[in-house]
Design a protein around this ligand. Sequence first.
Ligand code: SF4
Length: 353
Amino acid sequence: MDLAQGPHVLTWELTRACGLKCRHCRANAIPKRNSRELSLPEVLEVLDDIATRFSPPPLMVFTGGDPLERSDLSDILRASVARGLHTAVSPSVTPLLTKKVLEEWKAIGVKTVSISIDGPSAEVHDGFRRVDGTFRDSLARAREVRELGMSLQVNTSVCGETLAGMPAMGDLVKVLGVTSWEVFFVVPTGRGRVLPKLTAPETESTLQWLAQYSQTVSFRVTSIAAPQYRRLILENVPGAPYPKFPAIREAQGFAFIDHLGEVCPSGYLPVPAGNVRRSPLSTIYRESALFRQLRDPDLLRGRCGACEYKRICGGSRARAYAVTGDLQGEDPACPHVPEGAPERPLTVLPVHA
Ligand code: SF4
């Protein structure tokens, strides 16, 4: 598919309200809904645009905050499925997520449910999510998703606090019977700004481990906010083919709609390119200066700009922006030094406010 014409994955933050208080929350989620959230008629109008103007249409991921905080969530999911969109939900594990809710989603036609598990024990996961019992409940809901015959995706956030648990997490996702495991390399945005960051060598060794692990399992293993995973696959998996397409990353096969309708390159990169209340999403995705700029590898700077992998990787634009303030700067989590590039990262500015 032509990633300049439409996203492969569209993540939609329906609300920022959430009963959890996760330490890494990029959304700075809050207990109550914002009265200016997109209304149901506005959501339906955007779904019409998505279904008619993107071909093929993107995988829809409805998230939050906690999307279950919206009483019209079932109507939104039904409308998405009715428009022929592959529909996934990424709820928070709170008392709102019950087996009955999962059964309803199954009946509506939801294909995939994502459950976040950040560590292989209650101590790690509940400490991260800051609500006791969340680990136990997450395992229970994950098993129910499988029993109901929906695809189970587990999302794991990796940062300095969860890094040590990764090998045991790899064992846990195997036991849970996931369809895919998405490993999010935490970008210092929102509440996650104060979490211990991975160093570039730690990121590299984690991705190396992930590349090798992915060869031992039959489900999909992906990295979020670490597109250099593709370089690591090429370097660590004998015979891995050189990718034909660029990485799915910010504004390039991926887009994010926030709870107020702002369209951003990703949830980790909260810089709006337009608002669905004023312009169609399809127009913003294809034509906005920000999205076009982020898709152009020739505009990259620093080591990413000099890199032989820039057309298939391009670095995390979200991390470059969060750490250096430069949307086109090098990704500080990647230690790769291309020929002719400066050996050390360019000047790192204070974390962007
Ligand atoms: S230097 Fe940038 S483009 Fe090259 S592999 Fe690292 S993150 Fe990717």
